[in-house]
Write a protein that binds this ligand. Structure first.
Ligand SMILES: [Mn+2]
Length: 234
């Protein structure tokens, strides 16, 4: 039976991720163990290179699923040649994006990121270094729907007639802890994007009605929570 190990907001903290997965019983040799990421893989932390190489092993084995987080989107915009200098500068200043750009650029090149040719250089170097990851991250969906759960980075828009039409922006950016899920909705929603310490004063997983909040604050060097669900439970 497949077993799903669900995490979120890794933010390039490879050591934290690996230890959390080992503690939860994740086995690299077991083809039934699947990693699920509720968004925000890179930025802020300094172990992006090791993290990507690890994830590429799982991508090759088709043992990983992920929903698109806002930070994943920043990288996709570079890969798709859609990022503007204004956005890149903002993300360097506020969102730890320099750490990700340094995966494809030298420190001196990073200082010239205002030049379009340097942005293209970053894109080309990144694709050359991490071809499997670069191709994969561009395909991430805004949410993943399972029989009993939905995995999303931000939240699901229940103001719509059909929640399936939730926009990518809403799915990546909304703060789910502020919302209630309609009682008629029968699935649980697993999401990250806001460190649980900010919500409850504690890094552990928060279970609230049909909401499961799992961001352990890895970006601040706190914790990566792992939620394990079997094929029947998910
Ligand atoms: Mn986020």
């Amino acid at each position: 039976m497949l077993k799903y190990y669900i995490v979120s907001d890794i933010h390039s903290q490879f050591d934290l991720l690996l230890q959390a997965l080992l503690d939860a019983g994740f086995d690299m040799e077991n083809e039934s163990d699947i990693l699920v990421i509720a968004g925000d893989i890179l930025d802020r932390g300094k172990q992006g290179d090791s993290l990507i190489l690890f994830l590429e092993l799982l991508i090759r084995k088709k043992r990983i699923l992920a929903a698109m987080g806002n930070h994943d989107k920043y990288l996709c915009d570079i890969l798709n040649q859609k990022a503007t200098y204004r956005e890149i500068a903002w993300n360097i200043e506020h969102n730890g994006f320099a750490e990700t750009l340094l995966l494809g650029l030298s420190k001196s090149q990073l200082e010239e990121i205002y030049k379009l040719e340097i942005v293209h250089e970053m894109r080309n170097q990144f694709i050359q270094k991490y071809p499997v990851f670069a191709e994969w991250i561009l395909t991430l969906p805004k949410y993943i729907e399972f029989p009993h759960h939905i995995i999303v980075h931000g939240f699901i828009d229940f103001s719509l007639k059909d929640w399936h039409d939730t926009s990518e922006k809403y799915a990546m950016w909304e703060r789910g802890y502020k919302y209630q899920i309609p009682t008629s909705f029968t699935k649980k929603i697993i999401f990250g994007h806001t460190p649980n310490e900010y919500i409850s004063g504690n890094d552990d997983i928060i279970y609230e009605n049909q909401k499961i909040m799992i961001d352990g604050g890895a970006a601040m060097n706190h914790k990566i929570n792992v939620l394990c669900l079997t094929e029947e439970q998910i």
